[in-house]
Design a protein around this ligand. Structure first.
Ligand SMILES: [Zn+2]
Length: 390
């Protein structure tokens, strides 16, 4: 983590741009004086930041605030239509496409089943152009198309290196990008979700956290002091494939005993009858648990023990201040955390747990999809390139 702690002036500026936008957004408007105080910088510095943001059209003056004397201060707001971006999430069964404005607010969303990657990309292109036309969006206001995949992604070369749950390896998105005529930003699903948690999920005090996405598999993203920690080969945080069991159960990755085999949503759905939907099955399972049904109790508590076994390792290796649990199983995260900590007491033997909070994500549904749409935004702040600065 050597290079991350070495924040240069250039980095500080970028973090401050994000902080300014976040502050203005959270308070639904802010003044230069408030921002100067908030960032603890000089008036000259704030003026230069704001000027840049106004030149880009990201921030606009919008009315005045009350003053105790003298000129009334101008309230700055974010221009929601300053830019747009698309986000795509590809799961084993469905493709999701979202169009968001500069505030990350949803304008439109479609979900469709697909049979193969080629077909999915053709259909995506059609949907994207349909939305651009429907909302009469200026092409140069579109930042790009972020894409979230559950596996290893080489974002610089637009290659899906290894996505076991989609049965893809070394799949190039270059043709998709050139056919589309928009920049494409692929990334790991958990990193996208982490980015969404960081930018729109909570207050900016959460600058060191690990986001654990429980879906078909388990993905984790590491936010370290405002930086998405990716590692040398951009594979950091593949905790889903951490070995947690000696059972000879084979994972899609080819190895045995991986965490996601025991603590993913798939693990919890293992005994689901074909005829019952996932939503209904989980709803029933947790209701049975609350009633004290012995089978449901056994199944869920076994699951929770595995979940926390992996969280132990996350804590030991990353030492975050917070672990956020979300993903497709996000609706049940609060319940699972409660069972693990309060009922089973799984954190009490573990040194350091007392200062680490394990909390559910508060992004309702699909943080990875929203995060994907926010990935092109990263480029504005050259967010991802900060890691390369030595
Ligand atoms: Zn595995």
């Amino acid at each position: 983590m050597q290079e991350i702690s070495n924040i240069t002036h250039e980095n500080v500026r970028e973090v401050n741009y994000i902080k300014i936008l976040q502050h203005i957004k959270r308070n639904d408007g802010s003044t230069k004086a408030e921002l100067t105080k908030y960032l603890d910088v000089s008036h000259t510095t704030i003026n230069s930041y704001i000027q840049t943001l106004m030149d880009e059209g990201f921030v606009v003056p919008s009315g005045t605030a009350d003053s105790s004397g003298g000129r009334k201060p101008v309230i700055l707001k974010i221009e929601p239509n300053a830019r747009y971006s698309f986000g795509i999430r590809v799961s084993p069964d469905n493709v999701y496409l979202i169009l968001v404005n500069f505030l990350g607010e949803k304008i439109d969303l479609v979900k469709f089943p697909y049979s193969g990657m080629e077909d999915a990309l053709i259909e995506l292109r059609e949907h994207i152009y349909e939305m651009i036309n429907r909302y009469s969006i200026d092409m140069d206001k579109i930042l790009g198309v972020g894409m979230a995949f559950p596996g290893l992604v080489d974002m610089d070369n637009l290659i899906l290196e290894y996505i076991p749950n989609l049965n893809l390896s070394n799949y190039s998105l270059k043709k998709f990008e050139s056919d589309l005529g928009l920049r494409v930003f692929p990334d790991n699903e958990a990193n996208a979700g982490t980015y969404a948690e960081y930018l729109v999920g909570r207050d900016e005090k959460l600058e060191n956290f690990v986001y654990v996405s429980i879906a078909e598999g388990i993905g984790t993203g590491i936010m370290d002091d405002h930086f998405l920690f990716r590692g040398k080969n951009k594979r950091a945080g593949e905790f889903g494939h951490l070995k947690v069991s000696d059972q000879m159960v084979r994972c899609n990755c080819g190895r045995y005993g991986c965490w996601e085999l025991f603590a993913s949503m798939r693990a919890l759905l293992k005994d689901k009858p074909e005829s019952v939907s996932e939503e209904l099955y989980l709803d029933r399972l947790f209701k049975d648990y609350d009633r004290g049904d012995s089978q449901a109790v056994r199944r869920i508590e076994r699951y929770v023990r595995y979940l926390f076994a992996g969280l132990d390792v996350v804590l030991l290796s990353v030492d975050p201040s917070v672990i956020i649990i979300g993903g497709d199983l996000g609706d049940y995260a609060k319940k699972l955390i409660d069972i693990g900590i309060n009922k089973l007491g799984l954190t009490k033997y573990f040194y350091g747990y007392e200062s680490v909070r394990i909390i559910p994500s508060n992004i309702k549904s699909n943080a990875a999809l929203l995060g994907a749409a926010l990935l092109p935004l990263e480029q504005i702040f050259r967010f991802r390139y900060r890691l390369n600065i030595n």
